[in-house]
Design a protein around this ligand. Sequence first.
Ligand SMILES: [Zn+2]
Length: 368
Amino acid sequence: MRRDWGPIVLGVALTLTFAILVGLGTLGPAGDADERSPAAQGPPTPPNWMRKLRAGEKPPQFVLFSFDGAGSHDHWRRVLPLAEKVNAHVTGFLSGIYLLPDERRGEYAGPGHEPGRASIGFGGSEQEVANRITDLNDAVAAGHEIGTHYNGHFCAGNEPSAERWSTAQWNDELDQFFGIVRDATTNGLLVAENTIKGGRTPCLEGDFGKLAPALTAHHLTYDASRTSEGIAWPRQRAGIWEFWVPVVRVPALGGKKVIMMDYNLWYSLNGAREEPARDNEFTAVTLDTYRAAYQAALNTNRAPLSVGTHFNDWSGGAFSAATEKFMSEVCVREQTVCTTYSQVIAWMKLQDPKVLARFRGLPAAQVT
Ligand SMILES: [Zn+2]
């Protein structure tokens, strides 16, 4: 058919395809569109904040939205256009087995577990996996980042849980993660292995001393699983950048300190039970917490703020609603940059080490 159409018609077809892609929000922010046109392909222009700070200049307030699991078609289809609209880039921490159709579940054996077992679902039907591959490809094409949430999601109570794994077991889990990703590339996945640079462990579990050598062995450069009291600058330990999940006071809980992640907030609010009458309240409480944490960092140490969530519909979608609302309001603010972990690492590498050390020396930002 192409042969009959000739180059002019093909050109029209490409233009139409491009227009449709832009319309679907599968390409980057509007500013990137020209660079990404079929006629002028090349690396995207670095954002204007990707530079060394001038003397005395404050760092941008980075906000790092991340989604653990990263397998929900419905959620990707909401987040991709929203992120494009507000010029945000996000990180999806992918559970590897979401790329393994149910009928192939036996190909995965979690460290210390029987083949085909996991604490989360596998990928579902072949069609569901194919949809997920499209979602991930669109995310990467729009400049979002894919990291790992490992595979089987074995947490305390489902032993041996990640907390107990040895370095050899972490290596095994990561070998299997990358094996599944590699296999999916034969089915069209366009997430290059060497673009996966970090991850978040299931339930934030794991002994860092045992995990770090496995991260290094797999060319991963960051972890986003440890907690910090307040909002603190990333630190390098054993060659791995640690991006902290902040523990903050939750105003609505009388200042009680909670790990600022969706599930932990839910658990603190009502023991993580479905309670439809309180869905709106939970959205408001979560949004207030995010806003207060952002303001604390902005006003003091300017440490990157991690907003770690899951693609979930817990409590009627209360927590996803809060995250999406927060993204829509914060990412368009002056001096604020919503971006990915690897981009913040690239920014940190451009800075004078002494300047970074001074930021790190500041007390962690606290919600008061
Ligand atoms: Zn998780």
